[in-house]
Design a protein around this ligand. Sequence first.
Ligand code: AMP
Length: 277
Amino acid sequence: MKVIETIDDMRQLRLKLTEPVGFVPTMGYLHEGHLSLVRKARAVNQSVVVSIFVNPTQFGPREDFSQYPRNPERDLALLEKEKTDIVFTPSVAEMYPDQFDSWVEVGRLAQRLEGACRPGHFRGVTTVVAKLFNIIQPTGAYFGQKDAQQVVVIKKMVADLNMNVEVVAVPTVREPDGLAMSSRNTYLNPEQRRAATVLYQALSLAQKLWTQGETDAGKLRRQMVDLIRGEPLATIDYVSIANAETLDELDRVSPPALVSLAVRIGKTRLIDNGVLQ
Ligand code: AMP
């Protein structure tokens, strides 16, 4: 496994990789969710590249960029075990030199849900992913369904800008009690960690009611909101039931519908989602 820090070195090495090349972009502090993407990439490609880059442009001014957890040594050991060929770990200055001033922005799909709560977030995501695609030129890129809107937005960018990459979504990996794995779970103290299961409980409730025949999206949202309000440590940012492709909010559920939510537990903002099929 080679660890590469500069764009020039990455380009040089890329020329020698055997096709197809699978790529997994991450911000590090790896957990089983990230590793499931790497395993998927490993299973269907001859070469696997993983990037670790905490991308400053996708964090808002009052968000957790400087506190975001980092553990590069541990990450590299985990990636070595998964038979990663190349880990690309550029510095912020390497990716965003002083005069950097070009942006990739998806329209409507990036403005709702996470985009509405975190202005500029997706502009940062699509810009860095476009840069990484240009540098690494992967055959396929692997993203977690955990960040469902991110998958939709990146697929839109790839289609609209004719990028030659297959975007693959990989199922969410959860803790035994249902909490979606996330690097940010490390912010939770034991009491908050217990409270954080409310996200999965709300998703499970929506799934159960839908299976029982409830198609009124308003009723499903209300039931989810009521359940979350029963948890004193939780504050809702949004609870959404939307068309899984357009992200338009639904009155009547018609499958596939994306049920997604953002909830703050103390200062930690968690997101999760499920699909009603
Ligand atoms: P991040 O390091 O948070 O930017 O995540 C890197 C990639 O891992 C993204 O495509 C995420 O959607 C994905 N990911 C994060 N958590 C999970 C999870 N629990 N299950 C599956 N994929 C995940």
